[in-house]
Design a protein around this ligand. Structure first.
Ligand code: FMN
Length: 134
């Protein structure tokens, strides 16, 4: 199983409502492909983990890079693993700024959510801890 974590910045016309719609579609598609993961959105930045069959993850990554609803995509890291980090979520979603900042602060000492500056371990930890409070 391949896991990929990336960060991106939402395009100007994107708001929480549109992200909700992106998510509904994503959950449906991911379910069909046994893709699991977790996504964070604070109104500006995305941080998302996708995990599943290597070919399907590579295929989704290509689609993500072509999606104009976000830009400045940056891969925080990838790895292969036998176990999923988010087995219960076809795409978990957190958009509570306070919770995001609280956990970012406890992991990095930083108050600001700036996902492209997170190393892979910190990004994984943030997503995992946020998934626990969903
Ligand atoms: C921030 C963000 C996260 C996304 N996450 C997913 C995802 O987890 N799964 C997915 O299938 N599409 C996701 N999408 C949408 C894809 O970029 C693309 O539009 C979609 O895969 C196209 O699906 P379809 O042509 O098969 O309907 C996401 C888009 C954005 C902007």
């Amino acid at each position: 199983m391949k896991r990929l974590i990336y960060s991106s910045c939402s395009s100007e016309n994107i708001d929480f409502k549109i992200v909700g719609e992106i998510l509904t579609h994503a959950v449906k598609k991911n379910k069909e492909k046994s893709i699991t993961g977790m996504m964070v959105y604070d109104g500006k930045y995305f941080l998302q983990c996708i995990e599943g069959d290597e070919a399907l993850i590579d295929d989704l990554w290509k689609k993500l890079t072509e999606d104009t609803r976000h830009h400045s995509l940056y891969i925080n890291g990838t790895e292969f693993d036998d176990k999923r980090l988010f087995p219960d979520w076809n795409m978990g979603y957190m958009n509570n700024r306070q919770e995001i900042q609280k956990i970012i602060n406890s992991i990095t000492g930083n108050k600001i959510f700036s996902p492209e500056t997170l190393n892979y371990t910190h990004a994984k930890l943030l997503l995992l801890q946020l998934s626990f409070i969903l």
